[in-house]
Design a protein around this ligand. Structure first.
Ligand code: AMP
Ligand code: ZN
Length: 472
């Protein structure tokens, strides 16, 4: 672990060196999806960047245990404690049971992850598996005086804490600006910032999922699930907790409040947050409708790997604006990159010094607050550098353990296309020449190149992702 990983810790508001609680081991938790709809590509940006963090940790030698929940109950349509349970709303919309909805969209989520090269966490736990854990923790919070019953619900009493707004010095009013729903005053609360741990009074009579509890039939609040599921699998101390920036308040703020009240000590040292993917009208969100999914991209002819590259080319701490134009450019770059790697001679001597030098540069980029676009620049530099093909191929394979762009899966040129390597190189040269001619508006020359290739039995196609060729 020569390179020391640094990344931005939302808790301390600075880029910090990462030092885990136990040497060489990392306990990591990720807020999982609410499975009432397909994940949109904004949600998936978050999971791609968290995947990058996990794979970087593994690449530099850590033994990582990563846990993720599946929110299949209790997440209300607003970020406050009012609104309808998203799962119930989804089930109503699709005329299915809540559990059918949960199963369908959980499978769809993992399908998307697979297509985007996102590793499934070591432990994935649906909230509905852990009801007895939630009840046990809530009971203890009541015993310790951190919670109270009121109007049928159990609330966390934020006035019992020394500091509630741990992530910033902002006032509640400022923090609530980012919250999605109209804030409806809950008269049962003692303090405005208190939040529900257990509901028995839902505004909705038809709440489908309910469990027996010491406080009556009901269901858990959203925040308690992440605290309990992480403690169940990672114990009392956690190294890294991840999520999107919209989770900072109230979700993560409330998680810290109840976990530390329950444990009686500090719980998690590093908080990693990914900024949003926006479309032209603002933050992409499931509740807006008309969302962009991996399925939409595939229908439009994009390889999901191109979206992963799009995400990796920007920094996780910057908002990212989605556009098809940029995706088209990424598509062309991706195809070229994969072809370049496929053309490398795989057999031969690996130059150890060169290998180590470029691997160290790649690690250094990632360790610098996960600078993924710089890591990709190292990949390009490496492909241009003076070293054997076999070394380059071995490095591409190694980098892809983190980038997961299927860089080395394309078959070598010739093998796949049914033409020899010399002809393939010639075709690629001609494609470049034609591109240059088109740029200079020399369309006669561009057409001549296309016809010349056609005479040799090669057909060019102009696609969204650049020029493709096949045997005519
Ligand atoms: P959800 O399924 O709504 O609970 O969201 C899953 C994850 O996606 C959470 O960590 C959110 O913070 C994150 N997220 C939601 N919207 C966006 C967005 N537009 N861009 C990036 N991440 C998002
Ligand atoms: Zn969570």
């Amino acid at each position: 672990m020569e390179n020391k990983l640094h990344f931005y810790n939302t808790l301390t508001r600075k880029v910090e060196q990462f030092i885990p609680n136990q040497e060489g081991k990392v306990a990591m938790y990720t807020c999982g999806p609410t499975v009432y709809h397909f994940a949109h590509i904004g949600n998936l940006r978050c999971y791609i960047m968290e995947d990058l963090l996990e794979k970087t940790l593994r690449y530099i030698g850590y033994d990582v245990k990563r846990v993720m929940n599946i929110t299949d109950v209790g997440h209300l349509s607003g970020d406050t404690d009012t609104g309808e349970d998203k799962m119930v709303a989804g089930a109503k919309r699709e005329h299915k049971t809540v559990m059918e909805i949960a199963r369908f969209y959980t499978d769809a989520f993992f399908d998307d992850c697979r297509k985007l090269g996102i590793k499934i966490p070591d432990v994935v736990e649906p909230a509905t598996n852990c009801i007895s854990d939630f009840i046990r923790v809530i009971r203890e919070l009541l015993d310790k005086g951190y919670a109270y019953e009121s109007g049928g619900n159990v609330y966390f009493d934020t006035s019992k804490l020394k500091e509630y707004y741990v992530f910033s010095s902002q006032s509640e009013k400022e923090l609530l600006v980012g919250v999605r729903d109209d804030v409806e005053e809950d008269v049962n609360k003692r303090n405005k910032s208190d939040f529900v741990l257990w509901f028995t009074k839902s505004k909705f009579e038809d709440q489908e999922l309910k469990w027996e509890s010491p406080w009556g039939m009901g269901y858990p609040g959203w925040h308690i699930e992440c605290s309990c599921i992480s403690m169940k699998h990672l114990g009392e101390y956690m190294d890294i907790h991840c999520g999107g920036v919209d989770n900072i308040f109230p979700h993560h703020t409330n998680e810290i409040a109840q976990s530390e009240a329950y444990l009686g000590h500090k719980w998690c040292n590093y908080w990693f947050h990914v900024h949003h993917l926006n479309d032209r009208s603002g933050k992409m969100s499931k509740s807006k409708g008309g969302i962009l999914t991996v399925g939409t991209l595939e229908e439009k002819g994009y390889d999901p790997m191109v979206y992963r590259l799009f995400c990796l080319q920007s920094h996780y701490r910057k908002p990212l604006e989605f556009s098809y134009e940029i995706l088209d450019n990424m598509g062309a770059a991706y195809e070229k990159l994969v072809k370049r790697i496929a053309s490398l001679e795989r057999e031969g001597e690996i130059q150890k010094e060169k290998f180590d030098e470029y691997r160290a540069r790649f690690e250094a980029a990632l360790c610098d607050d996960l600078n993924s676009s710089m890591a990709i620049t190292v990949l390009y530099d490496m492909l241009k550098a003076d070293m054997s093909d076999a070394t380059k191929f071995a490095l591409a394979e190694s980098f892809d353990q983190v980038l997961s762009l299927k860089l080395t899966e394309a078959r070598p040129a010739g093998e796949e296309s049914g033409v020899d390597q010399e002809l393939e190189r010639y075709i690629l040269e001609k494609i470049e020449e034609r591109k240059a001619a088109k740029k200079e508006k020399d369309f006669a020359r561009a057409d001549a190149i296309r016809n010349e290739l056609l005479e040799r039995g090669i057909l060019l196609e102009d696609t969204r992702e650049g020029v493709k060729w096949k045997k005519a």
